[in-house]
Design a protein around this ligand. Structure first.
Ligand code: PA5
Length: 453
């Protein structure tokens, strides 16, 4: 982590002065005696995943890869974003358009992450002629969006493959003992994976929640986990300047105290779009509570330099950037030399490679934004591969735990998520929500009268 770009917005002494508090908070996190400490199993999970568990996931993934052309992952929030982040981060940009000889993996689709009927209808259309497997992921087993999508996909499988065939093609990932999904899994004999009790949704990508779908996509989960495990030690170091997660957590909280209340995660690689979505959930749901928190936003450069770039350069000075900079681009594409007839002023770039041009865009942007009074943190990643993504996941999760405690919140709960659910249940007439429904009815009558006035 290169934090030179936070100066002069922060002083070195201010960072140094936070060392003691960060050490205390890190200890609390490691000992599991802080708020939500019972959900910190992810801290050391990558180095303690039972060998047999990884093998079980790989073996079942091989079966799915051999038999399926379409693999539907059903889940929302922490039961969705991590798998998508890694799969999209490490797959071809146009998987559905690759010729069958080049595509060795089933197409991966996601469902249950929204309440769009047309999304599901269109998904069913593309599943029609394909051999389908489904992975239903829900820790609670009762979340509305994935629960409804599962109903639709389960019926689709039963209609096509019969009850027994469907049960073979449904793989569930859920709690070891509790919940509706565990119950139907046991009753219908689905093959299943267990989500450890001490790991909550948004910290669960390196459990079967993320690992199984990632394995089906053909990505080496052992390498991903190795990368994550390699970050455990550095992210456990007591010294602020030896521990990148602690330094990141401390720096962003100090910036918040100075009024930088929005953090923009920047990436130059479109394949990291869902990594940014995963990161936003991790920090947004963990820190945005009790009237506190840094608002996590994300941009993809250079696309967004032609839209949000203006705001970042000259808008309200309340933002700082965290840039994921991948050192080695995996492309060798060069600007063609013969461009006769084109008077676009780009001739000076002939023969240069895309990574080289992108790197200059990165350097130029970093300088411009810093000069425009945006503090800039940079995370240097040697390459975009399974090992590095594993490292980044473990780094961000650990930093999130430390950061939440520095902020003074419980980073492992999400009480605010209930508010919309309660209202939605009441409005949909769920039994037990009659009182809430009456309350909503009265308040909507009140507000429409106000509008009439
Ligand atoms: O991070 C979280 O805890 C949430 O985003 C959950 O993952 C999400 O609400 C899905 O929950 P479940 O897995 O119980 O369906």
């Amino acid at each position: 982590m290169d934090y030179s770009g936070v100066f002069p917005f922060l002083k070195a002494e201010e960072i140094e002065a936070s060392e003691e508090e960060v050490r205390r908070v890190l200890e609390t996190l490691q000992q599991g005696d802080g708020a939500g400490g019972e959900y910190t199993g992810w801290l050391r999970y990558p180095e303690s995943i039972p060998e047999g568990e990884l093998r079980k996931m790989e073996t079942l993934a091989e079966e799915v890869r051999a038999e399926a052309d379409a693999f539907v992952v059903i889940g929302i929030g922490g039961s969705y974003l991590g798998a998508r982040a890694v799969i999209e981060g490490l797959s071809h940009s146009f998987p559905s358009l690759l010729s069958p000889s080049r595509s060795q993996s089933p197409l991966v689709f996601f469902a249950g992450q929204n309440l769009s009927g047309s999304y599901l209808e269109e998904l069913l259309e593309v599943l029609e002629d394909r051999s389908v497997y489904v992975n239903m992921i829900s820790k609670s087993g009762t979340t509305t969006e994935p629960g409804l999508a599962f109903r639709v996909l389960r019926r689709h499988l039963i209609e096509r493959y019969g009850q027994k065939g469907a049960s073979r093609r449904i793989i569930s990932t859920t709690d070891s003992a509790k919940g509706a999904l565990r119950k139907v899994t046991d009753e219908e004999g689905y093959r299943s994976f267990v989500i450890p009790d001490d790991i909550g949704g948004r910290f669960s990508v390196l459990t079967p929640v993320g690992l199984f779908p990632i394995a089906v996509a053909g990505i080496r989960i052992d390498t991903l986990v190795e990368g994550a495990a390699s970050m455990i030690e550095p992210c456990s170091m007591p010294g602020l300047f030896q521990n990148p997660a602690a330094l990141y957590a401390a720096t962003r909280n100090l910036l918040l105290e100075k009024g930088y209340s929005t953090e923009v995660l920047v990436s130059y690689d479109p394949k990291l779009q869902y990594f940014a979505e995963w990161w936003k959930q991790l920090y947004g749901e963990s820190e945005g509570k009790d009237g506190k928190g840094i608002f996590p936003a994300s941009v993809l450069f250079t696309s967004d330099l032609h839209s949000m770039g203006q705001w970042i350069q000259e808008g309200r000075r309340t933002i700082f950037e965290t840039v994921i900079h991948i050192d080695q681009e995996d492309s060798t594409l060069q600007v063609p030399v013969d461009a006769s007839g084109l008077e676009d002023g780009l001739g000076y770039l002939e023969g240069r490679t895309w990574p080289e041009i992108q790197d200059k865009a990165y350097e130029g942007t970093k300088l411009a934004h810093h000069q425009g009074n945006v503090p800039v943190l940079v995370l240097e990643a040697p390459t975009r591969d399974a090992f590095t993504l594993g490292q980044m996941i473990q780094f961000f999760e650990t930093a999130c735990g430390i950061s939440g405690y520095l902020l003074g919140v419980n980073p492992f709960n999400q009480p605010g998520v209930e508010a919309y659910k309660q209202n939605m249940f009441a409005l949909l007439g769920k039994p037990g929500f009659e009182e809430k429904a009456a309350e909503l009815e009265a308040s909507s009558r009140g507000s429409s009268e106000e509008k009439l006035v």
